[in-house]
Design a protein around this ligand. Structure first.
Ligand code: GDP
Length: 310
């Protein structure tokens, strides 16, 4: 076990795969993770934080590995009754998962902030890594489609990312504040790692917090990223659609150009080795590796490769 300190920027499922591997090769206590909260949503009167929960359940070894989110061995009895009462028939929340949302909402009602609530839940579930919401203020990612504006979760789950995207808004982002200790963590981290997450609505949301990009720029030489795009496509999710909306090429080069002001190093898949020069032309050191994390061995190998780079 190497004992160092790593600060990660993360979304949900893609990030959780990398974090799962990292937590097998270094102590969880060396890992701090800033997690996107733009997907957070209030449903059934409960505060739901999808990305925080994915990362928490992964590190607590509770996650459903098949789906990449939610609890393993889950049942959906409560939801089947809630669906009689509410309109949100598209949202999937299992019985155990709902318990997390109930507890979180209870703590928030007791005036704990999101950061405090997250650390209480982590402690109770035995997570030793530090999971930090990107901010305490409420931020909601909204997708403006050809027909209507909707919360990102609705776009993703109910509409399966099918409608065309006209605009993306992070509602409330102008009031979001960087949680103070993140500045120290950036300074002290051995490496700052942008997980292989959606560049626009996971990492991009975190980057939109006022001052966040400027802070990262200061540490460019220790900022590492892993491409979520392999051979011109995401593994899952709407990163391609969102990148096109943003005017970016759907490739590791497109991701690198989006991050280029503060990205010092980029790990792309070995199948994309032909793109190394284009990325280095952006002033970013580029490395190739097998980045498709199909199983725990591959996750560990990628994590080991990234932390051993210098
Ligand atoms: P979400 O919020 O749950 O959608 O999760 P993220 O934003 O963390 O991750 C979505 C991104 O992860 C997508 O763009 C995927 O292409 C990427 N991703 C998922 N699995 C892998 C993988 O095994 N390797 C790489 N390189 N990217 C992945």
């Amino acid at each position: 076990m190497v004992d160092e300190s790593y600060l990660l920027l993360a979304g949900g499922v893609g990030a959780a795969k990398f974090i799962d591997g990292l937590a097998q090769i270094i102590s969880q206590r060396s890992i701090k993770i800033i997690v996107n909260t733009g997907d957070d949503i209030n449903l059934f009167g409960l505060q739901i934080c999808p990305d925080i929960d994915i990362i928490t359940y992964t590190l607590a070894n509770l996650v459903d590995n098949e789906k990449g989110w939610g609890y393993k061995n889950e049942s959906f009895n409560c939801l089947s009754v809630l669906n009689h009462f509410y309109e949100y028939k598209w949202f999937n929340a299992g019985d155990k998962d709902l318990a997390t949302h109930i507890y979180r909402t209870d703590l928030l009602n007791q005036q704990y902030n999101k950061d405090e609530v997250t650390s209480i839940i982590c402690r109770k579930l035995g997570v030793e890594a530090e999971i930090i919401p990107m901010c305490n203020q409420s931020v909601a990612t909204y997708i403006e489609t050809d027909t209507k504006k909707m919360h990102f979760e609705e776009y993703y789950i109910k509409y399966k990312c099918e409608p065309g995207i006209r605009n993306v808004k992070f509602r409330g982002i102008e009031k979001a504040q960087i949680i103070n200790r993140i500045k120290n963590y950036m300074n002290n981290a051995q490496k700052i790692i942008l997980c292989p997450s959606n560049p626009i609505v996971s990492i991009g949301t975190i980057l939109s917090i006022p001052g966040m990009k400027e802070l990262l720029k200061t540490y460019k030489n220790k900022v590492y990223g892993i491409s979520p795009i392999i051979q011109g496509a995401p593994i899952k999710g709407p990163a391609d659609k969102l990148m096109r909306w943003k005017g970016l090429e759907v490739s590791p080069v497109g991701v690198a150009s989006f991050y280029k002001e503060f990205l010092g190093h980029f790990i792309i898949d070995k199948k994309d080795k032909g793109l190394v020069q284009s990325i280095e032309n952006l002033g970013i050191n580029c490395y190739t590796f097998d980045t498709l994390m199909k199983n725990i061995e591959k996750k560990k190998k990628l994590a080991k490769f990234v932390i051993n780079l210098n």
